[in-house]
Design a protein around this ligand. Sequence first.
Ligand code: NAP
Length: 540
Amino acid sequence: MAQEDGSDAYDVIVVGAGFGGLYALYKLREQGLRVRVLEAGAGVGGTWYWNRYPGARCDVPSVEYSYSFSRELEQEWNWTEVMAGQPEILSYLNHVADRFDLRRDIQLETRVAQARFDEADCCWFVLTTSGEELKARFCVMATGCLSAPNTPDIPGKADFAGAVYHTGAWPHEDVDFTGLRVGVVGTGSSGVQAIPVLAQSAAQLTVFQRTPNYTVPAGNRPLADADRDRAKAAYEIIRARERESYAGIIFGFGGHALVLPTERILETSPEQRRAALDEDAFGALRRYSDIQSDPRANELACEMYREMLRRIVDDPDVAERLSPRGYPLGCKRPVIDTDYLPTFNRENVTLVDLRRGEIERITPSGVQTAQGYFGLDVLIWATGFDAMTGTLLRIDVRGRRNLGLDRAWAEGPRSYLGLQTHGFPNFFTLTGPMSPSVLSNMVVSIEQHVDWIAGCIRYLDEHELATIEATAEAEAAWIEHVQKLAQGTMWVSPSCNSWYLGTNIPGKPRVFMPYVGGVGTYRKHCDRVAAQGYEGFVLG
Ligand code: NAP
């Protein structure tokens, strides 16, 4: 497509129009660059466009899970709940798209099939599934970390005759479950949010649970006018502190005040731990500093969690089935819920603990497990995503000498700073593997990456340079640094399986993908690299 100046190339192609793609478009366009955003969905919003299952909600406080780049936007937008639900976040992102006139550069319903680097021309050719080819100097992959839905390969899954849904690709019209027998497979964040809502309308809800999760109530509530006003007045301080913080959050997950744990659980007696549960069942686990680093401390915390659960769930056998065992607290992504555990006290809810007999096959009318058959009208996969690498690898990305990203990442993702992979010049991964991304408030990390990439492109243009590429040495050193930081934590414990490690996808290499050093430290690394003339990159 010809540009206004007659050239047929863009400066930047951005793939994805979620939080990342929208801000990338705003920022890079402000810088005078010609930008085109390609988005597979029929609307903007990314994660919040696709994940519209009942109960979908963010677990980071909304005043923090929002853009900081515009003071006006911060002051205009009024969040109504402490942690906004999916519809409110989606309308925020649509407002942003309109407010900053972003839509004119976004091409919806456009899925990217291939991105290929042309060495002679020093540019990227991006091919869409409908056969359109676009050319740009830079590619920014704002494709999200949790955007490639995973439906497990269970025998007979295509045979089910009733309605089938995936939480990560939910229909856009309302789905009515009244009077139906609904089955949900999966009890991660999505399942845990959907289950209490589904239980209210389904005639019978059957939950197929492979691994019970450690989950605590979100304590969500309407955002009081006074609290909203206070946040608006303090935004400058809030944002500054988020940027220097560990997770890009200062109010804490679930809106709980962030308290620095000061006690050591190993130094407590059983009576003291019981008293802590009596005082504040859900806050109890947040007061100990040794849970993440010491397996014995962790097991005590796990037992506290199971005790808390037994106090809520009426039937002791159901409580036992819901009890996580054999893997540490803190290995998987924290799960925050609304009425999850009490839902299992309802008459119309059945919990199938797959540790007692796995799913053998899906039949046209239900699920056959080793512990019996469950008839269903509706089957919901709440089985997560091929996280962090899945969406990138579903695109045929080809760098120098036709190197495929799938080959470069055959033994796990390789990246310098989570921003670029050796062999793929001018190709940036927003919140990519080996950056804090999923361990942080995504919006804080997205803004940091976009600002860094925008600064990098400005630097190249000012110095009349055409390309930037991570060196193999810098990449290897960064990967080693990332892996070393994670050593000894519960995230990489041998008994841990999680999408952070890729172990939820059969055959995916077991590699811990996020950077655990915290967003503040990470930002300093990135700033230092830029200040030193993009150390670790070759500029050409
Ligand atoms: P998930 O955490 O990966 O959970 C998937 C669930 O499906 C797990 O319980 C998993 O069991 C189960 N499963 C997978 N394959 C299975 C199989 N073959 N048979 C039976 N069960 C199977 O995915 P998610 O719940 O969609 O959440 C993914 C991430 O998205 C979250 O961790 C979070 O980062 C984000 N998210 C956030 C929110 C929020 O802000 N509150 C809400 C939703 C999602 P195993 O544990 O045994 O693998």
